[in-house]
Design a protein around this ligand. Structure first.
Ligand code: SAM
Length: 303
């Protein structure tokens, strides 16, 4: 995975897929705000892995993007990240978290520019610890509601955080699942999975279920007694991995999980990530609406 960098205070990372995911979440936020207007809720936008608010990318000039620097063959393009887009919307509160000081400084500056610093809690710290704490501080009957975007680079969206959000009963959650990285961690033969990766996978899926759901015994050869030998081999592709993750989400999110997944692919068409959506709300009416909107957005072709 390419190492993300900062460039003049802007976060440099990702590719076209970074735009597709941010656009999908932004579309959902607009629909959510319209649906929940005048209901007396305190609506939070929570960005667990918020970045700096902007993303700097190199590429050819694309209509509608801010061109900040020209070069002979390449231009630098400044894109609005998830947090900056959300700050422009009418949420009552914001919780923005990143563990990188320079990015947190960027978030603070954007909140100030948007005139929202009094509404924004911006934390330099670990996403999982911060979100678990936020969930545990929610008063039982409060009118707080949240849309949460969980957008790490890798597998550091720990299950304990996802579980805490599910338990609130009042959060709509988008999670970016790093399918390519997960397939790299999950080597073809189960016995080759590195112990550090076993630990990461357990913490990502919340238990060891991945080892039995995504690996199956496969015959490998006949030994000298001509009895077939088997080894645990990964049979699941990126789709199988996402299906398993969605099943895990279904086991804890009372409001359900979107059927559709927005696949984010590289230029060669290989899937890098899958964006999924789950609803913690126990009210059937609210969940049906939320899932319908998210399914529509996630099912649209990117671009
Ligand atoms: C993919 S970027 C987020 C991009 C952002 N959603 C956007 O649209 O601009 C992931 C961010 O997570 C941060 N990060 C990584 N591990 C973290 C952790 N454990 N806690 C908080 N932030 C973390 C990184 O510093 C990085 O800014």
């Amino acid at each position: 995975m390419a190492t993300p960098q900062m460039d003049d205070g802007n976060h440099r990372y990702g590719g076209p897929w970074s735009e597709w995911k941010v656009q999908a979440v932004s579309d959902y936020l607009d629909a959510y705000l319209n649906i929940t207007d005048n209901r007396g809720f305190t609506r939070w936008y929570i960005d667990a892995f918020a970045g700096s608010g902007t993303r700097l990318a190199s590429g050819s000039a694309i209509e509608g993007q801010a061109l900040i620097e020209g070069a002979s063959e390449e231009v630098k393009l400044l894109h609005k990240g998830s947090a900056l887009r959300a700050l422009e919307k009418r949420f009552e509160r914001f919780l923005l978290v990143d563990n990188d000081k320079a990015k947190v400084d960027g978030l603070r500056a954007h909140a100030q520019d948007a005139g929202k610093e009094h509404l924004a809690t911006i934390i330099e710290g670990d996403a999982c610890d911060t979100i678990v704490k936020w969930c545990s501080n929610l008063a039982p009957q409060s009118m707080d509601r949240a849309v949460v975007f969980v957008d790490p680079y890798g597998t550091n969206a720990e299950w304990r955080m996802i579980e805490a959000l599910a338990k609130t009963g009042r959060a709509d959650v988008f999670i970016l699942v790093p399918t390519r990285l997960l397939t790299q961690f999950m080597t073809k033969r189960y016995e080759d999975v590195h112990p550090n990766h076993v630990e990461r996978l357990d913490s990502f899926f919340g238990n060891r279920s991945w080892s039995t759901e995504l690996y199956k015994p496969q015959p490998i050869q006949q030994n000298i007694f001509f009895t077939p030998e088997e080894e645990m081999s990964r049979t699941a592709s990126a789709q199988g991995i996402i299906d398993h993750y969605k099943n895990r989400l279904r086991s804890i999110f009372r409001g359900g999980v979107s059927e559709n997944v927005r696949w984010l692919c590289n230029s060669a068409g290989g899937s890098m990530f899958g964006l999924v959506f789950a609803v913690a709300n126990a009210s059937e009416k609210a969940c049906v609406k939320a899932i319908r909107v998210a399914d529509h957005i996630l099912g649209k072709p990117p671009g």
